[in-house]
Design a protein around this ligand. Structure first.
Ligand SMILES: NC(=O)c1ccc[n+]([C@@H]2O[C@H](COP(=O)([O-])OP(=O)(O)OC[C@H]3O[C@@H](n4cnc5c(N)ncnc54)[C@H](OP(=O)(O)O)[C@@H]3O)[C@@H](O)[C@H]2O)c1
Length: 302
């Protein structure tokens, strides 16, 4: 049996649906809101929910719970690993962060968790997820009103670009790894994915010029990219409602893009997705257009 944590989240719900669509796989949802019937209650901040919730689980699809200060995340992830070992889970599939994010501040809890997983008594597969397409889309949409008014999209990327991946591709890869591992275990075989780390980097990278182009197409006017400084970007985060640790992570991502370190050189995505990854640029253009439309900034509304 497979248990998926964070199953109401963006990634978890896609994974849960993908596993539910497979006939010969038994899957159970884990969520903080679980009632023990439709879904198990899995709250990383409540160790009792983990020892109860991990009972009879063969494959644990452990989705990181990263929206907190690092010390909170380390406590959560440590609790999950301890409870999985105590419950006799046979295989843990963990959603980590890709190599292109290595120098970003968000990497710390992921690499800490990977180190502990390497010493765990169960088999492990690390899915090193690339950055979601939502990140550049969110930045472009946040700059849409200014771009509509001035024809300039300012962002602190310099000449750098970031590799990004569709969440649906990450979900498809996770579904395959979890389902195949569960089937292998049911025949008394060790998972073919045991001890493997997959770099699930995006198949394409985007920078300021590509986002300005997407904005221009959505707004129906020329838009030029202007590289902003990190100081300007930091000032721009004031009053946006970001918590202090989120502002730290955001600036760190920008600095990595500017340094040229956010662009991937290798991905294992194609090995896990026979049909190949989804086209990134088209998905970004469509999402930017939807974001502009929601602000009545799109070409049709102007
Ligand atoms: N690669 C990237 O670009 C990127 C970007 C942002 C985040 N991430 C990481 O990837 C993870 C999954 O992304 P996502 O888009 O699915 O995020 P999401 O939509 O925010 O979902 C994350 C889920 O984690 C669960 N969760 C949060 N705190 C928890 C806790 N204390 N105990 C148990 N579960 C908890 C929640 O599920 P329930 O409500 O069902 O309990 C939540 O819905 C994030 O949590 C974050 O660590 C990656």
């Amino acid at each position: 049996m497979i248990l998926v944590t964070g199953s109401t989240g963006g990634l978890g719900s896609l994974i849960l649906k993908g596993l539910n669509d497979i006939d010969d796989v038994k899957v159970v949802a884990g969520t903080r809101g679980g009632d023990g019937v439709a879904a198990r209650r899995i709250d990383f901040d409540d160790p009792a929910s983990l020892s109860e919730g991990f009972k009879d689980v063969d494959v644990l699809l452990f989705i990181s719970a990263g929206y907190a200060e690092d010390d909170v995340v380390l406590d959560r992830h440590g609790a999950v690993l301890g409870a999985a070992a105590a419950a006799g889970v046979k295989h843990v599939v963990y959603t980590s962060l890709a190599a292109s994010g290595e120098r970003m501040t968000i990497a710390l809890p992921h690499r800490w968790t990977e180190e502990r997983l390497a010493k765990a008594p169960f088999d492990v597969t690390i899915l090193r997820n690339g950055l979601y397409t939502e990140i550049p889309v969110g930045l472009a949409v946040a700059g849409a009103a200014a771009a509509a008014a001035t024809g300039v999209f300012a962002a602190p990327f310099g000449e750098g670009r970031m590799s990004v991946v569709a969440k649906e591709d990450l979900a498809d890869a996770a579904v395959r790894v979890a389902a195949e591992s569960d089937r292998d275990l049911s025949t008394g075989t060790r998972s073919r994915h045991a001890d493997r780390t997959y770099e699930l980097e995006g198949p394409a990278a985007v920078g300021g010029d590509e986002l300005a182009e997407a904005l221009a197409a959505s707004l129906g006017r020329p838009v030029e990219y202007r590289s902003a400084s990190l100081s300007e970007a930091r000032a721009g985060l004031q009053g946006t409602g970001l918590l202090p640790y989120q502002a730290t992570h955001t600036i760190s991502i920008f600095a990595n893009i500017k340094a040229g370190w956010a662009e991937a050189s290798h991905t294992d995505l194609r090995a896990l997705l026979p049909a190949g990854p989804r086209p990134i640029r088209d998905a970004i253009a469509a999402a930017v257009q939807a974001g502009c439309r929601s602000q009545s900034l799109d070409a049709g509304a102007r």
